[in-house]
Design a binder for this molecule. Sequence first.
Ligand code: FAD
Length: 451
Amino acid sequence: MNKPQFTLVGGGLVGSLLAIYLERAGFDVKVYEKRGDPRSTMVYEGRSINLALSHRGIRALEEIGCDKKILQASVPMYGRMIHDVNGNTQFQPYGEENQCIYSISRSALNRLLTEQAESNGVEFYFNKYCKALDVKEKKIWLENTADNSIQTLSYNWLIGADGAFSRVREFLSTNEGFTSHIQKLGHGYKELHIPPVNGDYGMEKNALHIWPREQFMLIALPNTDASFTATLFLPLRGEYSFEQIKTEDDIKFFFQTHFPDALSLIPELEKKYFSAEASFLVTVHAFPWAYKDEVLLVGDAAHAIVPFYGQGMNAGFEGMRILNSLIRQTLHNPGDTFKLYETLRKKDTDAIAELALNNFIEMRDLVADENFLLRKKIEALIHQKIPSYLPLYSMVTFSDIPYSEALEKGKIHDQMMGEIMQIKDIQKIWDTDHGWHEIQKILRLYQNVYQ
Ligand SMILES: Cc1cc2nc3c(=O)[nH]c(=O)nc-3n(C[C@H](O)[C@H](O)[C@H](O)COP(=O)(O)OP(=O)(O)OC[C@H]3O[C@@H](n4cnc5c(N)ncnc54)[C@H](O)[C@@H]3O)c2cc1C
């Protein structure tokens, strides 16, 4: 008997993961991807080179039996290493000892997922660009990017996993009641390469390095080959901006002034900097994600976010874990779950979109602020004494607490911590018995947040 068939547009990270889930649930899955095969081509030239993978993403990878291979190909990062303008560094742990996030190469991850999907029976068709969609006829038009020939395909169920600038979304949004808006951040980014130094890591290996400079910042994530990928986030226009950096001298001077210790680690700064235009960062606001029980948008196509919480892919993976569990309950007509899925999930992807924008301010500005650091220390102390109290970062990064709940609790934490920071001489007494006594008085007022 023929298996019911799913058609996926986009074989990126989220598409490949969903393809594995669907094939395992008993469907015939065909994936149409505009790029070449990630196992034989450098398909991610120009995209972010490495990503932070954390609990929510790992949980989905565990379910499809891919987590071990992927974690082996990653570098654990136990905290942030903050670099000041004089080149001094300070390490800030992410959570408890041994809690970490993982730096993984986008192309390695995509390759591993494609391999796993194929070994599960998923069929990939590369160099197939989805040009158009007709939801009434249930047809898509695919262009072969090698010879420009066009192929028309009918589908049962169609998944749009084609990223932030989704073509599937573009066509869905022409239907009444559909909204789709791409919100551009005023900042863009460029990636730079920090090579190994004498065959070894040129900075602390197991950390996410940040050079916070208020309006802009540089970050660097480690790769397994002892190099780092650095990303410069700058306003697109204005005083300190991509627009202002026009010559090789400009970029060198900019680094000498703001990131002197990084400058010495990037031998080909000028060449690399001018080798590509700045990419921009977007949040996608789209709804609904489903068209009847026939088409569904997933991953960035439905809810792309800015990268400052390191959660875009993790949120996409978590979404596929949830979708899979819904589909498993309605195998005879998986499309029945599409509406349910979008209803369940939208509030959480809205919440992580908000959190990601807020975290940009924290990363580029607050991580270098003394009060902020004290607050983090006090929160860690509270967590140590009352384990059910989880700081916001831990809720988002190391737990399955729905993002919307984390956002709400985070707001109450802010209020509570605001009061704690007002305790007289808090900076002197926070780690004394007297300090804890004072902190507890405020905690009692907020017991419902952590019980
Ligand atoms: C600078 C940066 C840093 C990031 N860092 C992190 C991080 O640290 N942690 C994290 O969790 N997330 C991070 N993200 C977010 C993460 O990259 C995305 O959330 C994730 O890639 C989404 O996966 P996706 O499969 O939905 O989309 P994509 O990865 O964009 O995949 C979409 C796929 O669809 C294909 N495609 C597109 N259009 C068509 C078409 N018309 N026809 C056929 N195929 C098509 C594309 O070629 C691509 O393969 C970052 C993003 C950026 C920009």
